[in-house]
Design a protein around this ligand. Structure first.
Ligand SMILES: Cc1cc2nc3c(=O)[nH]c(=O)nc-3n(C[C@H](O)[C@H](O)[C@H](O)COP(=O)(O)OP(=O)(O)OC[C@H]3O[C@@H](n4cnc5c(N)ncnc54)[C@H](O)[C@@H]3O)c2cc1C
Length: 330
């Protein structure tokens, strides 16, 4: 990741896996790209929360390939030491049905290792929340929340979740109408470290008809610090009903829902924090005939154009970049 100029040929708004994949593909073809992201680090929903000597993958939990090209990509990433298989002992609860985890992988030593790798040597500008795209085709400027201005750019790729993309598309009524057809659903998450091992016979579990939808001993993933760190995810119903609660209230309610899974009392808690993912999973996706609109010079990528998983979001970024490159050749 480099700090650099705030202008180039293409601006990529959003430094999640889709935006980073697009930016890398363009950079490989010699195009000057600036990635603008509102977070403190790039990675988006692939982030890992580092808290002193503990860490939590509080967004995407594991990745698996959904296509032939993803399988090829995963083997490349495995060889580079960026990801590793995670054959977790996982159950569906309450039935206690075993889950096939043979295709599960995780980033090494954290989920964010993959996005950190993709961001390496790119011009990524963090803490830049894009509020407005102004100007005209071939000369776009992007205005940030601290009145920063980036540009001019020939083209802009918007790779934020659908709702955040729609906000940026308000000056472009036709694009706004298209993007507004997609939507996401929220997910509340809790990161918790216990002082001792939690006495359950699984490392991860999908849960039905519960406040929680997923629980995972995050520290059981390969290459993690020797701790007892868990990540809990709430059900859609609970997440929607409690979305505006303060993080400590979210964490307390979710921990309470976790307790009955252990046959004995939970060990003392040494760290506990709730996190609100307002746009967690693309729920209503849309299919675009083409991801780039040359008449305005704006294109889109992200999971709302495919499905809510990491490898497909990655390919949506690559596909957008390649579409742009093909148009340039004509
Ligand atoms: C709790 C949770 C669990 C998940 N579990 C899994 C899983 O196990 N496996 C799996 O495959 N997928 C999982 N997913 C889904 C997966 O994480 C996403 O589908 C994928 O990471 C989406 O990538 P993206 O690049 O499209 O979006 P994002 O990662 O959301 O990237 C978009 C970026 O845009 C930035 N941004 C937004 N608005 C602006 C703005 N105005 N200006 C500048 N920047 C902006 C954000 O900061 C963000 O970095 C999970 C998601 C969540 C939240």
């Amino acid at each position: 990741m480099a700090s650099g100029r705030l202008k180039g040929e293409v601006a990529v708004i959003g430094g999640g896996i889709a935006g980073l994949a697009a930016a890398r593909r363009l950079t490989e073809s010699g195009i000057e790209v600036v990635v603008l992201d509102k977070g403190r680090r790039p990675g988006g929903r692939m982030s890992t929360r580092q808290q002193h000597d503990r860490q939590f993958d509080h967004g995407a939990q594991y990745i698996r390939p959904h296509s032939r090209r993803s399988a090829v990509l995963f083997s490349k990433w495995r060889k580079a030491g960026l990801i590793t298989p995670w054959h977790a002992q996982a159950l569906e609860l309450p039935q206690r049905k075993k889950v096939d985890t043979s295709s599960w992988h995780v980033g090494l030593p954290s989920q964010s290792a993959l996005t950190d790798y993709l961001a390496k040597d790119l011009n990524v500008q963090c803490q830049f929340t894009a509020l407005d795209i102004s100007g005209e085709k071939d000369r776009w400027s992007i205005i940030g929340h601290k009145h920063q201005s980036a540009g001019p750019f020939k083209a802009v790729f918007v790779t934020c979740p659908a709702e955040q993309t729609a906000l940026l598309m308000r000056p472009f009524p036709e694009l706004h109408e298209i993007v507004s057809q997609a939507s996401s659903r929220p997910c509340l998450a809790t990161m918790v470290e216990f002082e001792e091992e939690v006495m359950v016979d699984f490392e991860a579990a999908f849960m039905e008809k519960s406040t929680l939808a997923w629980v995972c001993r995050d520290s059981a993933k390969p290459g993690r610090p020797n701790k007892e760190c868990w990540v809990l995810q709430a059900s859609e119903e609970f997440s929607r009903a409690n979305l505006e609660d303060p993080p400590e209230v979210i964490a307390s309610k979710m921990l309470h829902a976790f307790a009955p899974l252990s046959p004995v009392e939970l060990p003392p808690v040494s760290f506990c924090r709730g996190h609100r993912w307002r746009y967690a999973f693309a729920s209503q996706t849309i299919e675009l005939k083409q991801p780039f609109f040359p008449e305005v010079g704006i294109g889109f990528a992200g999971d709302w154009l495919c499905s809510a998983n990491v490898d497909e979001a990655y390919w949506s970024g690559v596909d957008l970049a390649e579409h742009y490159l093909r148009l340039k050749e004509k």
